[in-house]
Design a protein around this ligand. Sequence first.
Ligand SMILES: [Cu+2]
Length: 558
Amino acid sequence: MSCRRYVPGSKKESVITRRAFLQRSGLLATTLAGGTKQVFRAMAHAAPTMAAALDVNTLPKFADPLPLPVIARPQGRKASPVEPKRSVPFYRIQAQATENKVHRDLPATRFWSFGPSVPGPTFETRAGEPLLVEWVNALPSTHFLPIDQTIHGAEPDKPAVRTVVHLHGAKTRPESDGYPEDWILPGKSSLYYYPNEQDAAMLWYHDHALGINRLNVYAGLLGAFVIRDNMEDALNLPAGKYEVPLILYDRLLTREGQLLYPVSPDPQSPWVPEVFGNAILVNGKLFPYLDVEPRKYRFRVLNGSNARIYHLSFEQENSADALPFHQIGSDQGLLPAPVSLTRLELAPGERADLLVDFREHRATRPVLKSDAFDVMQFRVSSAKVDDASSLPPTLRPVVRIPESQASQTRLLTLDEYVNKQGNSAMLLLNATHWKMPVTEKPVLGSTEIWTFINPTNDTHPIHLHLVRFQILDRQTYEPWLFQTKRQLHFLGSPEPPEPNQAGWKDTVQAYSRMVTRIIVPFEGFSGRYVWHCHILEHEDNEMMRSYEVIVPTPATSK
Ligand SMILES: [Cu+2]
């Protein structure tokens, strides 16, 4: 009865049986084995072995002010690689080892960062104004986090310290996109060109080196990149000191305050399927506070975590009711209209543009929470303020793309494989390894529907490089029927995206045991890009594939 599924080319023996499949997908409560009825519990991941992590709740909360990342400054100007007569701002950003204090009562923590502090400097840019960045690898020659050499791209013949930078959400040429195999060694640099031909949005840059991306980002290689435009300026949103980036990432710390990256019980293969830290840092600080005025603020929130999905709310100490707030933008910029929320779900890679009005909360201290975690505190003054900023009723039109515009529909599975012990051993997209030939080749200028079929127990935030897209819908389906016969049998009606997910996106949460459809115009450039799960442990092992945008030919454009 078992459907044993060996993964070709894998060093690990990865099989999935019907039982394991059902258990992992949460569909099996009881089964028969050897004539005896046995009850199986859903298999848990093996407990990672590691030194004891610091209990961050032993530290005083809200002892440190919220830091703001510095603004990146250009070093001058250089000729544009695409228009040699035009000069564009030139930045030089260096990945380096550094030490930062994440909390007043902890010693400085070792990080790797783009510059002296984590997160790296924020780029403040404008749409239509291109720039050049020289990304320099000035990292030490040894890595300080546990590399798994059984993972693709991190084999023993690969250097331990490598980095390549991807600007998440940017429409760039492939040679500047940070292809995972385009990593460079310490002492080298890459010159990347960002055309900025896209709507205002908050993008972010981070390491993307094949097989060690989860470790390099965990070490601190990330930062924000803001694009602004005239249409956004005209909205009179809170600006200047009333617009604050909130870059969230969770970490585990040792009792000495150093980064702790957990490992599996197998020393030959230390990879773990997800890392969740109990220390949620905001702009690099644990439990920070921010002094605010009783007025509107704009918070640019980024989930830069390896695996944690946040459930954010603003809560008063003595009230069961969360503060209402508005989401005005998502990954790729402004929504058509503000969406009123009391709770926001944000997966790794996603961004949310929030407007929070503290006017009714003078002299209180609401806390930003995620589930049971205290993330940060706002100290609302009782000052009399004159708030001239606006919360406009409409923001930026987002024209829904009709399904009829799509010339191709692709069914793409999100697959998890378990080892003999029932532990997660590897994840793939469409049951296909990184090194296998490229199968997704959309034509430049065409529109496609990508249908993600997720039989696993996890939400997978799927990110496509180069493009922006819209979520069409999500629908429950019968996973085993699809697994065995490749028949899509839907169990419920299609659910449209929530209003705050109905704008332009570059990362979509493919919910567990659902089919998620997106519609994607492939615009901008031809060439080789990647799409992947943004849970970085999944991406590294090896839930990532190349795709290639091809130029139209008479055969493809007919
Ligand atoms: Cu995933």
